[in-house]
Design a protein around this ligand. Structure first.
Ligand SMILES: [Zn+2]
Length: 157
């Protein structure tokens, strides 16, 4: 196969001397108070989704109005953190250098028990074992010293 030196600099791994030290993973940069609230709530180690005050539907991504009934009323409800693997792909290219040491990794969409779908990464899994609807549960990856990013792992059956 090709030598790693053939790769663009941003895709090379750090060498043993740390000559190409990977930068930290980028953090979400929410632009909006309701997005900020979602990420802030993740920091206690649980997922929370908005639940419509009109029709009771859960929703994600965070927004101000229910796509089902149009109500602006909502509350934040703690998720079970459990769901199924809805879709996935194996990513072989690091589009950001912070992920270079993790390729190949699984970019996934999971469907939570509350009915919402969420784009995420599936960690610590055998890529050959993946199939639709496998049960998954949330975990949190620590980014930097204090930011918890929701990721998912397969549940033992
Ligand atoms: Zn609604």
């Amino acid at each position: 196969m090709s030598d790693e030196r053939d790769l663009p600099p941003k895709m090379r791994r750090a060498d043993q001397n740390g000559a190409q030290k990977a930068p930290p993973k980028p953090l979400p940069r929410p632009q909006d108070p309701v997005e900020r609230e979602f990420w802030k709530r993740c920091q206690d180690g649980h997922l929370y989704f908005q639940r419509c005050g009109g029709c009771g539907r859960f929703r994600h991504l965070p927004r101000y109005m229910c796509a089902g009934c149009g109500s602006p009323e909502f509350s934040w409800e703690r998720s079970s953190g459990k769901g199924i693997l809805f879709s996935w792909t194996i990513t072989h290219q690091a589009l950001h250098p912070a992920f270079a040491d993790e390729i190949p990794f699984v970019a996934a969409v999971v469907e939570l028990e509350e009915g919402v779908r969420m784009a995420t990464r599936l960690i610590d899994c055998d890529h050959e074992r993946l199939e639709l609807d496998l049960p998954v549960e949330v975990d949190f990856e620590l980014i930097g010293t204090d930011f918890r990013l929701p990721v998912f792992r397969l549940c033992e059956r």
